[in-house]
Design a protein around this ligand. Structure first.
Ligand SMILES: [Zn+2]
Ligand SMILES: [Zn+2]
Length: 304
């Protein structure tokens, strides 16, 4: 089952020819979610193989322009492409006012339903749920209100092996009970335990997105054990003071969070335009957390 993240933008506030502001597509079992929508999101989507119209849910971390200035164009393009199915936006409540003002002033319409869902300021809250996935928000520590998001697969049911269904002539009602983890009685009086005939389902995987944030130890409780952690590293340690002033993190601090929350792998992003080479971020982080990579736009990273 697919669970992966495609990076559309991993630069900080100043776009360059190499790096666009924050945006990424999370693919969970072929359902697509857009996370942040900085300027240039549409261009990067065109360059990737991601289909615009498959995205129905957009999560915006906060209302600094480098995380949502691409949204107006993106919503408008979906109308031009003939979208009819609804779009859900999860963000700080003010974004609804901003988007509606923009539509009103330009006398534009969308042609599809647009729903806004407010991201809560404190604690961890489930924003989205379907049969196989949950998406939760949690607060980050930034200059303005800011949320991170964690995508968690749900635990799948036990699977009864096909050859066992044949061997024991299992009926649908017995299969349902076995999948629930209950023993069933066979016609000869023998009791069949799930462990004898079932295959354990794969371990649920998870992905956390944390951009933008200063050092925030409380984070670990909300993203504990994630398989992949995207954490901002706007600066290197040499600019630690600047990181403090702007409520951002260094690569070392991102690695310390990966260690603290016991992440499987760390993906660094939100790089300041002052650095020409992002390899230095992974190098710095490696001293604290070995399984780390600096994000590259257009690349796709597997979760788990
Ligand atoms: Zn930012
Ligand atoms: Zn910001």
């Amino acid at each position: 089952m697919t669970f992966e993240v495609t990076i559309l933008g991993c630069g900080a506030a100043l776009p360059t020819l190499q790096q666009y502001p924050s945006a990424q597509v999370v693919n969970v079992h072929d359902k697509l979610f857009l996370v942040d929508c900085g300027e240039g999101t549409q261009v990067r989507l065109r360059q990737s193989s991601v289909r615009f119209q498959k995205i129905g849910h957009i999560f915006i971390s906060h209302l600094h322009g480098d995380h949502y200035h691409g949204l107006f164009g993106y919503l408008s393009t979906m109308r031009l492409l003939g979208r009819k199915t609804p779009v859900h936006v999860y963000a700080q409540p003010a974004l609804e006012d901003i988007v509606k003002l923009n539509l009103r002033i330009s006398e534009s319409y969308l042609g599809y339903d647009l729903f806004f869902h407010a991201t809560p300021d404190a604690g961890s809250h489930m924003l989205f749920e379907d049969h196989s996935l949950e998406v939760w928000s949690f607060p980050l520590r930034h200059r303005i209100k800011c949320n991170g998001f964690v995508f968690r697969e749900k635990q799948r049911a036990l699977n009864v092996k096909k050859n066992m269904v044949r061997r024991y002539q299992l009926q649908p009602s017995q299969i349902i009970e076995l999948k629930k983890g209950n023993p069933v009685a066979l016609s000869d009086g023998r009791v069949l335990n799930p462990a004898e005939v079932c295959q354990a389902p794969p371990r649920p995987r998870s992905y956390a997105y944390c951009s933008d944030t200063a050092v925030y130890p409380e984070l670990a409780s909300w993203i504990s054990g994630v398989d992949l952690l995207y954490h901002e590293s706007t600066f290197l340690e040499t600019e630690k003071r600047r990181a403090r002033e702007t409520f951002h993190s260094t690569a070392t601090e991102a690695a310390e969070m990966a260690l603290r929350c016991n992440a499987g792998r760390l993906l660094l992003g939100h790089f300041s335009a002052r650095y020409a080479d992002t390899a230095a971020f992974a190098e710095e982080a490696k001293a604290v957390f070995a399984n780390v990579v600096a994000a590259v736009e257009g690349e796709t990273y597997r979760v788990g």
